[in-house]
Design a protein around this ligand. Sequence first.
Ligand SMILES: [Mn+2]
Length: 274
Amino acid sequence: MKLYYANADLNDADVVILGLPYDRTSSFIPGSRFGPKFIRMCSENIEDYSPYQNRSVSDLKICDLEDSVFETKDWFIEAQKAAENILNTEKRFVFLGGEHTITIPVVQAFKKQYQNFSVVQFDAHCDLRDDYLGEKICHATAMRRVCDIIGHDNLYQFGIRSGTHEEFSSGKHLYKFKVAEHLLSVVESIPEPIYLTIDVDVLNPCAVPAVSAPEPGGIAYNELVGALLTLKKKKIIGADIVEYNPLAASPWASGSTVAELLRELLLVMTPTAL
Ligand SMILES: [Mn+2]
């Protein structure tokens, strides 16, 4: 099943969407591997027109490649290759998780196309551990591994409200609790281009309870949309939406929220003709 508004093939598309349904290291509630399919299903409930941006995603050229299939234990290499095979500097790319770990092979792939770029993270969690439960590559180390690729200075974290003391001390641009307000104050200083990773647990669990690691005290949906609109003036080369878990709670309201977030993200990434 493709997104209903996907209307282009890979060559013609301005924006390419790929699902990376991986959740093997989820330590609390597994199931985010079903995220991409449920986002597509819940998109059926979401208008293609955005009243926030007065534009429609149907006016974009969007290619939905559906989900990668991981056939060996080397999912990381498979995911990186899947991204490398489609990346180019003329288009924009959105990856649907899956757990946050999927950001690592994707950023690795972007590093081959772009020498320097910033990663902007919206998340409840620091994800800056060096290892977790004996694993170097997992949802709790995702941003630490991203730092290994792009450098600590190039990671900008917003909405963070959970992590160890060491993680909170190690974040160079780590902004706690709020997203929109902090982003507004530093957006001019974030070097372009930008890769944006949105862990939907940045939202309050009341807004999206279907996540793998719910964390109290998150932001409201409208604040997240506001933050996205703030990024509209920046060049966003790629993005992901991760950690939506249709098995963790009733999937439909959460999935509809995530599907609408995807619509806003697509429009923010394509402010003018590419
Ligand atoms: Mn998180």
